[in-house]
Design a protein around this ligand. Structure first.
Ligand SMILES: [Zn+2]
Length: 750
């Protein structure tokens, strides 16, 4: 959700100094474990839930895995004049759990905007010395928006009133008798609510009013009482909706009839059942054309038609009928202002429609890019997970929004009034559409609990968003994904950080913590730790194991290891459960020369162990050490070292000798690790002649010593330069210690 907010908070919350991390003093690192134990490679038995018959140790659903089902029949009517929504619904709830249920919990998300909502009371706010008059008025003068569901009744299948209790955004409905395993119950609810003007009152849905033409553009969601999730992990997931932690919803089938003014154009979750009744003959013909257009969108409802409709303000009504199978939620976009375009996308042998609806204010940007980006996103995500299973994906233009629902999402990106736009607006729009359409996969299909874990959908989705954007344009200026982009956050003051494994409501730098850091972490796993082939297979395995199911963090962590044979406990532990950062440096490089002569203090006798004579010794003398003598510093040749030459002549035939390597130089490189994370050491060696060599030492090199490790490099050519992580792929927060010999610090703005 909410890309715009995420980006804004990213900009606002970076302390000014952190962009200049190299020049400012280092923040205090969390205390580094100096003891031998517990070591950073220990398995995560202390952190993960114990595997069971619901969720196995391999990360797959177990033989007893179950999930509840909630099917909805909903009728809603929009009062456009007064911005109210009236609804009735019948929910059929199936208890697939082995245990019986005493009551049901439903979510009343609109109540977050109710006058008695506790949400505004949990934020600390200081008196602002300078405040916009509009803000002052809203804060201190005007009555609070009267939001929230007004529930008229809750009835059982026989029409008898059911007892219910509302606690803020949650409603408990008492059952006349306990609901046993395998039983279904139907209940009907009638309600209405005032629709919020989201640009003023906030929210993931609502309407925008256009002063110039007097029209409203509605993006309607959380508009009906929704079943909470009941499962083996939480029981009822009935944590309140405070505003940040999003939603946890069971799957079900929806039949939704939506009545709006007759001159509205609409899109919503699901298949439109009565297109013949709501489209004009011309629109029907153009839609049929769009169904066969695989290379470019077809305009189905034109801008000229929209301009005419904007003036009509019809008093007649039309009902749009939608049906959706196996979805966790339902969204609606409706307005007189909508232009409509669509194209077809072939995915796994079936055709999916990519669709956009937008007011003229979105053009010329929207007709050019939106539907094309939807089509690209469906293809890219499908190739990394599973074929998109729904019949369509819709991108809706909504100022300042970035929010996802099954098959439909709201996206920002509005040109200036004269139709001009900046690259920032265009690229932001392409990013947000990719992101929100991508949410169809996580969490709409791989249905994680957003109320608890923001990263499970936002992090995984931001990672695939980055992959999709790179496939759209390898030079696309992505703002999340690459390791180095997360450095300012990870190197910031520890006081401002919490681990990724933190509940949604307690995350301060939301965009960095739940989007940027997990996206960078997965990118590092894919590009650096595991490699694309093993990562992609494991990631796909996770997506396929948990599509149309409810995964937990354990299921993700375990599957990634189970399908790849990579022990990643050290990675999950460091990146997801701590706020440690990565900083690896080159402490020292020493040249060594080979000698026949034993240096002082090194006894050859001492080399005999268990009475076994190891034979004649060869000695390595460090450049500049007390044993170093002038003339030693020449390229190594085994002929010059008698003991070695004797050994070679005695042990190898002439043919074998020809196959021996003949290094000429020896370098001992000592790496230190001021950072708390254990990470692979990527070493780029540049030789005198300009050629380069890349060596990667797995993170496990740190398993015996968390502070420093050494490696000896035997080379054919003189080393002129050594650089750690030259492509900045490990989010190393301080690159000033990454080179030997020490080079001038490069500007962070290069
Ligand atoms: Zn998102």
């Amino acid at each position: 959700m909410r890309r715009i907010t995420a980006i804004l908070s990213f900009l606002l919350l970076i302390p000014a100094g952190s962009l200049l991390a190299q020049e400012t003093p280092k923040p205090p690192q969390t205390p580094k474990t100096q003891e031998r134990n517990p070591d950073k490679f220990r398995q995560m038995y202390d952190l993960l839930a114990t595997p069971n018959m619901y969720r196995t140790a391999s990360g797959a659903p177990g033989p007893e895995y179950y999930q509840q089902q909630a099917d909805y029949k909903i009728d809603v009517e929009l009062d456009d004049k007064n911005q109210k929504l009236y609804g009735t619904e019948t929910i059929t709830y199936t208890n697939n759990a082995k245990e019986a249920l005493d009551y049901l919990w439903l979510q009343l998300d609109q109540n977050e905007k109710a006058k008695n909502s506790n949400s505004p009371l949990i934020d600390s706010n200081k008196t602002n010395p300078a405040i916009a008059a509009e803000t002052f008025s809203r804060q201190y003068l005007e009555a609070r928006f009267d939001g929230g569901f007004k529930i008229e009744y809750v009835k059982d299948a026989q029409g008898n009133p059911m007892q219910y209790t509302v606690n803020q955004t949650m409603m408990r409905v008492e059952l006349p008798k306990v609901l046993q395993h395998g039983e279904k119950i139907s209940l009907s609810i009638k309600w209405w609510y005032n629709i919020n003007q989201y640009l003023l009152d906030g929210g993931r849905s609502g309407y925008e009013h256009f002063d110039k033409d007097g029209n409203n553009l509605y993006i309607i969601a959380q508009f009906y009482p929704r079943m909470a999730v009941y499962n083996d992990v939480e029981g009822w997931q009935n944590q309140q909706f405070w505003g940040a932690g999003e939603f946890a919803l069971p799957f079900g089938n929806f039949e939704v009839n939506i009545t709006v003014p007759a001159d509205h154009i609409m899109e919503a979750t699901g298949t439109l059942l009565n297109r013949n009744e709501v489209f004009t003959p011309a629109q029907l013909a153009r839609y049929a054309e769009a169904e066969k257009s695989f290379d470019k969108p077809v305009i189905v409802a034109t801008q000229a038609e929209a301009a005419a409709r904007e003036k009509g303000f019809a008093t007649t009504k039309k009902t749009w009928r939608f049906k959706a199978e196996n979805v966790r939620d339902f969204g609606i976009a409706t307005s007189r202002k909508f232009i409509y375009d669509a194209m077809a996308v072939k995915l796994g042998g079936k055709n999916v429609m990519a669709i956009s609806v937008y007011p003229k204010e979105g053009n010329p940007l929207w007709e050019q890019y939106s539907t094309r980006v939807v089509a690209h996103t469906l293809k890219s995500y499908s190739s990394h997970t599973f074929d998109f299973p729904y019949p369509k994906a819709v991108s809706v233009h909504a100022q300042d929004q970035g929010m996802e629902y099954p098959m439909i999402c709201w996206n920002w990106g509005r040109p200036d009034e004269d139709g001009s736009y900046t690259d920032r607006t265009k690229n932001g729009m392409i990013s947000v559409i990719t992101h929100e359409v991508g949410h169809n996969f996580f969490p709409m299909i791989v249905n994680s609990d957003e109320r608890q874990w923001t990263w499970m959908d936002e992090g995984l989705n931001s990672f695939l968003e980055y992959v999709a954007l790179m496939e759209w344009d390898p030079d696309f200026p992505a703002d999340r994904g690459p390791a180095k982009l997360i450095v300012p956050y990870m190197s910031g003051s520890q006081k401002g950080l919490e681990p990724i494994m933190t509940n949604s409501e307690s995350i301060r730098q939301f965009g960095n913590n739940a989007y940027g850091k997990p996206a960078a972490a997965l990118n590092i796993l894919r590009e650096t730790v595991m490699g694309r082939e093993l990562f992609d297979y494991a990631f796909k395995t996770y997506a396929n194991r948990w599509k149309f199911k409810h995964p937990t963090p354990e299921d993700f962590f375990r599957t990634m290891e189970d399908a790849s044979a990579f022990d990643l406990d050290w990675f999950w532990r460091g990146w997801f459960y701590t706020t440690d950062y990565n900083d690896i440096g080159i402490k020292e490089v020493k040249k060594y020369f080979v000698s026949n002569e034993a240096p002082k203090g090194v006894s050859t006798a001492g080399r005999k162990r268990r009475n076994q004579d190891h034979g004649p010794m060869v000695f390595m003398v460090a450049d500049g050490s007390a044993d170093f003598k002038p003339g030693m510093d020449k390229p190594f040749n085994s002929k010059d070292v008698k003991t070695l030459d004797d050994y070679v002549q005695a042990h190898f035939t002439k043919e074998e000798q020809a196959k021996l390597t003949s290094p000429k130089y020896f370098y001992q490189v000592t790496f230190n690790k001021p950072g708390g994370l254990v990470m692979p050491i990527i070493v780029e060696i540049t030789f005198e002649d300009g050629t380069k060599e890349r060596d990667v030492f797995p993170a496990q090199i740190w398993r015996m010593n968390d502070d420093e490790v050494s490696r000896t490099f035997a080379t054919q050519k003189v080393i002129s330069k050594i650089v750690i992580d030259p492509k900045q792929e490990t989010a190393d927060v301080d690159v000033s210690n990454n080179s030997w010999p020490k080079t001038e610090e490069k500007s962070k703005f290069d």
